[in-house]
Ligand binder design. Structure first.
Ligand code: C5P
Length: 241
């Protein structure tokens, strides 16, 4: 049976490599965009006001700042971040269970303080730019990426996080282990045969959704194309599987 949910809900546009004027031009051009991802580039260059501006336009926000620090710092940061109204907030699972649990509690408290729904915290597993070769040569980790991702997803789930960010290559085995309510968000989405840029563990949109991804993060394949509106629509067609 075909998935008949609103396909635009499945795509999170990564607002990288652009300033706020470009962002709002893009959103005007493609009003169907529901979800946007504010990462380090946009947040650092435009400041936190960009979040309220996006909320005023009715967009749902994935605040992807990938927090990684000692438990107290991560928790206090999540307390503050949960007051911005972002629906998803990312942090590195490598910060460890103590940090993840404290962050989760702090996010609930932070949102409650300003009468907002608590965000879902998403644990970053292994960035989609890593390969098993760079993983072992740069970090001296000889465990496979799959094994490591499995373990980090378990830490995220056991800490009460709302989901994980992983590559489309790991979605299938994670979805077998976790129910649909545990978000599996996958960057590293490319149309078949296109430029992968700095990503390594990539896949195409239909496959990632079929394997069990909840939502896809798509940046350059849409935002740097000659016709972003057309690309967005063609990805929407692909996520109806
Ligand atoms: O342009 P592209 O589609 O490759 O953008 C991917 C986006 O997803 C970037 O904003 C990057 O920071 C983010 N991301 C990622 N890998 C992760 C988590 C987030 O590429 N594991």
């Amino acid at each position: 049976m075909k998935n008949i949910d609103n396909p635009s809900e499945k795509i999170i546009i990564a607002l990288d490599g652009m300033d706020k004027n470009y962002v709002f031009k893009l959103l005007e051009k493609i009003p169907e965009i529901v979800w946007v991802k504010v990462g380090l580039e946009l947040f650092v260059s435009e400041g936190p006001e960009i979040l309220s501006m996006l909320r005023d336009k009715g967009k749902k926000i994935f605040l992807d700042l990938k927090f990684h620090d000692i438990p107290t710092t991560v928790a206090k940061t999540c307390f503050a971040a949960s007051q911005t109204g972002a629906e998803f907030i990312s942090l590195h699972t490598c910060a460890g269970m103590k940090a993840l649990k404290m962050a989760n509690e702090a996010a609930q408290e932070g949102a409650a303080k300003v009468n907002l729904m608590p965000p879902k915290l998403l644990g970053i597993t292994i960035l989609t730019s890593w390969t098993s070769e760079s993983f072992s040569s740069d970090l001296l980790i000889n465990q496979s990426i799959d094994q490591r991702v499995k373990h980090l997803a378990k830490i995220a789930s056991n800490s009460g996080l709302g989901g994980c960010v992983c590559s489309p290559k790991e979605v299938q085995f994670l979805r077998k282990a976790y129910p649909q309510s545990f978000e599996l968000i996958t960057p590293g989405i490319r149309p078949l045969g296109s430029d992968v840029n700095d990503q390594s563990r990539v896949s195409d949109a239909s496959e990632a959704i079929r394997m069990g991804a909840s939502k896809l993060v798509i940046g350059r394949a849409i935002t740097q194309s000659n016709d972003p509106g057309h690309m967005f629509k063609s990805f929407c067609d692909k996520v109806i599987v």
